[in-house]
Design a protein around this ligand. Structure first.
Ligand code: PBG
Ligand code: ZN
Length: 322
């Protein structure tokens, strides 16, 4: 036998030498849920190990994350006033802008802060835009999202990440940011976001379930892949700096295709359902948490992701799993 692939698997040293995929803490973005108040650290039932944090508790938690090597975070606002027009989404007194100012004052440029830009946690109906006759209106929603992005940039966000899936929002956000002197603020587009049941635990965490109907009128149909590349190309033309695929595990084929169809950095979002399934399975002793988490992380990197947004990041670094 001339070819014996097992020779290169003989021991750890040779396996490490020929490994084709590598992970680095630099690839991780850790998501946080921020809420108003003081001294709040409320566990999220649906997501073991994840909490709602008030800005002061968030500062303490981020301080710890920084010691682990996590210096990029993604902020979600929870518990702000809900209304038909989602006005608290662009209110400087809301949880996310408040947290941004605190974090910026505390950590300066040691922390890179991205914010989720979407109004579903701020609308009474829970949809990701303005609703009229059971339809989410595209262009008025885009105007609102751009205002929200600007509010975050003004409060200190390094990056805004629109997750709404309205058409044309990247261009509108880029334009409004530039007009207001925020040409240095980057945009990570949730470019390819599928209508997915894997967001279940997050909707409990963010209290953002649609009261009526679903999100299929704006999020993508999971039967489609050519459309995914079209979505990404539009966002790239409109000025996105990073393109994201979401969810990640069931969409490795899409991550790979996007990696081959753009020169921009590709991010993937290892979403709440993917996280909680692993957590609960591990708690039941069905799977080895460390092994299954790391297998998933390598799968994302192997598929072509350059950036991994994951709730597992803290466990990985705190327990030295990599
Ligand atoms: C808001 C938003 C969602 C997620 C990120 N931003 C939920 C949704 O679209 O229903 C999901 C994140 C996760 O599941 O971890 N548009
Ligand atoms: Zn939304």
């Amino acid at each position: 036998m001339l070819y014996r692939p097992r020779r290169l698997r003989h021991n750890t040293l040779i396996r490490d030498m020929v490994a084709e995929t590598h992970l680095s803490p630099n690839m991780f973005i850790y998501p946080y849920f921020v809420t108003k108040g003081e001294g709040i650290r409320r566990p999220i039932q649906a997501m073991p190990g994840v909490n709602h944090l008030s800005p002061d508790e968030l500062v303490r938690d981020v301080e710890h994350s920084l010691t682990l090597g996590i210096n990029k975070i993604l902020l979600f606002g929870v518990g702000d006033e809900k209304s038909e027009d989602a006005h608290s989404s662009h209110d400087h007194a809301s949880s996310v802008p408040t947290a941004l100012r605190r974090l910026r004052a505390e950590f300066g440029t040691d922390l890179y802060i991205a914010t989720d830009v979407c109004v579903c946690a701020y609308t009474t109906h829970g949809h990701c835009g303005i609703l009229a006759n059971d339809q989410v209106l595209n262009d008025p929603s885009v105007t609102l999202l751009a205002k929200m992005a600007l509010t975050h940039a003004e409060a200190g966000a390094d990056m805004v990440a629109p997750s709404d899936m309205m058409d044309g929002r990247i261009g509108a956000i880029r334009n409004l940011l530039d007009l207001n002197g925020f040409s240095h603020t980057s945009i990570m587009s949730y470019a390819i976001k599928y209508a997915s049941a894997y967001y279940g635990p997050f909707r409990e965490a963010a209290d953002s379930s649609p009261q009526k109907g679903d999100r299929k009128g704006y999020q993508m149909d999971f039967r489609n892949q050519r459309e995914a590349i079209r979505e990404a190309q539009l966002d790239e033309k409109e000025g996105a700096d990073v393109l994201m695929v979401k969810p990640a595990l069931a969409y490795l084929d899409i991550i790979r295709q996007l990696r081959e169809n753009t020169t921009l950095p590709v991010a993937c979002y290892n979403v709440s359902g993917e996280y909680s399934m692993v957590k609960y399975a591990a708690q039941q002793g069905l799977v080895d948490e460390q092994k299954i988490v790391m297998e998933n992380m390598y799968a994302f990197a192997r598929a072509g992701a350059n950036i991994i947004i994951t709730y597992h990041a803290k466990d990985i670094l705190a327990n030295k799993w990599m």
